[in-house]
Design a protein around this ligand. Structure first.
Ligand SMILES: Cc1ncc(COP(=O)(O)O)c(C=O)c1O
Length: 442
């Protein structure tokens, strides 16, 4: 593995000393060039260890459809495909589906979840043989239309499930909770139980259920409750389908949502505990003869494997507060800048040669970005060692939902993205050029 991990392995965070060692190697190896004012790093060894652990927690035939939205880098998708045999992807748009195909994922390993799929997109998905989770009953109606219209049943190679909102409640972050009384996603089970049941008794090809309770901020118990609601529903529906001679509902997609820790001293819930609880409370889900289980983890897989470094361009010393001016801000850390109460990281400081700085300056720091609005501050009032121009500030645990949420405001170039395994570096994505940006705006 080659990586020392702070605690609670493999659910923990990369240590400052491990990150520092990699930073020094990258500087010495010339991987951070003068123009690389910021660089994003991915520890591919750590990622592989985590994926193997995930695989070991669930039945062997489970499909782990990793949420592309957490990390859409094509090169990472290619790497992940080879890391565990049952790696798949969860795509939130038809372009993500196309990217997965490009990265070499077989259609049976692609789960397509967008809430606004168009008719041509649905037709493409059905013909390509991927697993579609319909978001609502109207979408199901469109799939039924296509099913009737397609020339021969062999054209219809994809499988179909439906997203159900179990209405079990919200977590601590409202904006990323999707299983409350109301959600824009899925069909609310309590309000639409009869219609849902009718759909399953009408369409023999509707063989899957899908839920996703939320992303970060949702306790494990809430995720388990959500699974329980759909489990009871499926057992009831399967009994009725059996009596009507229909095939059983056999695809159970539990979504993602297991939280990670952005603070090294606070252990997150363990994936092993989560899987054990599922196996104990809903045993048929771990029985390969009854169900094909799909997971859609994103944050848990990617977040702790990545970190971002920015060179410090200037430091301002004002009464009561210092401000370190960085080369990434709300362009890379959209949620951190707009909703700082819920999204915080750990930070460390290194000198220009990559030596870690210790101690604490006499005033705290604001870590400010380069963008033209006052909310472009990644973190406020952070106690840090004394920062000087040319130092590096590391933002830890940025491997999920950071680069994928990049904002184009102020036309900043996306940073170089480096992967590494035991200090062997690979460019996962090159820094954007000014020409790339001009093309974007053209
Ligand atoms: C449908 C769906 N599945 C899976 C995920 C991944 O969630 P997480 O990254 O928290 O595991 C999301 C993210 O919000 C989602 O919307």
């Amino acid at each position: 593995m080659g990586s020392e991990i702070k605690q609670n392995f493999p659910s923990g965070n990369l240590t400052v000393s491990v990150v520092g060692e990699t930073l020094r190697s990258a500087i010495e190896g010339g991987f951070i060039r003068e123009e690389d004012t910021a660089v994003i790093f991915f520890d591919l060894g750590f990622l592989e260890t985590r994926l193997r652990y995930l695989e070991s927690c669930f039945p062997q035939c489970a499909l782990h459809g990793l949420a592309i939205k957490a990390n859409p880098l094509l090169r990472v998708m290619e790497h992940v495909k080879g890391m565990i045999p049952n790696a798949g992807v969860e795509a939130a748009s038809i372009v993500e589906v196309a990217m997965a195909i490009k990265a070499g994922y077989q259609s049976g390993r692609i789960v397509y979840d967008s809430p606004v799929k168009t008719l041509p997109e649905l037709e493409f998905a059905l013909k390509t043989g991927i697993h579609i989770n319909a978001d609502n009953l109207s979408e199901l109606g469109r799939i039924a239309q296509l099913h009737t219209a397609l020339a021969s049943p062999s054209d219809f190679t994809g499988s179909v499930g439906i997203r159900i909102n179990p209405q079990v409640g919200v977590g601590t972050i409202l904006e990323s909770s999707v299983a409350g009384e109301y959600s824009k996603f899925g069909i609310p089970i309590r309000y639409r139980y009869a219609e849902l049941e009718q759909a399953f008794l009408t369409y023999p090809w509707l063989t899957g259920v899908h839920l996703h309770v939320g992303s970060q901020g949702c306790p494990m118990e809430l995720l388990l409750d959500g699974i329980g609601v759909l489990y009871d529903f499926v057992i009831n529906v399967n009994e009725k389908r059996r009596k009507s001679g229909m095939p059983a509902v056999s695809v159970f997609d539990i979504g993602g949502g297991l939280p990670v820790s952005y603070k090294s001293g606070t252990p997150p819930p363990s994936m092993q505990d989560y899987a054990r609880h599922i196996a104990t409370q809903y045993p048929l889900l771990f029985n390969e003869k009854s169900f094909k289980l799909i997971t859609e983890f994103g944050r848990w897989v990617y977040t702790n494997s990545g970190w971002t470094v920015s060179r410090v361009e200037y430091v301002k010393h004002d009464p009561g507060i210092n401000t370190a001016m960085l080369h990434v801000g709300a362009d890379l850390f959209v949620r951190e800048c707009l909703n700082p109460r819920d999204w915080q990281h750990e930070y460390s400081v290194f000198d220009r040669y990559g030596a870690v700085k210790t101690g604490c300056d006499d005033q705290p720091y604001n870590l400010a970005g380069p963008l033209c609005f006052s909310g472009d501050i990644i973190a406020k009032n952070v106690p840090l060692p004394r920062i000087e121009e040319g130092d590096y500030v590391v933002i830890h645990d940025t491997g999920g939902y950071t680069f994928s949420m990049w904002s184009r405001y102020n036309s900043r170039q996306t940073p170089r993205i480096l992967g590494y395994k035991e200090n062997l570096f690979e460019i996962l994505k090159e820094r954007e050029t000014p020409e790339d940006l001009q093309k974007f705006w053209k």
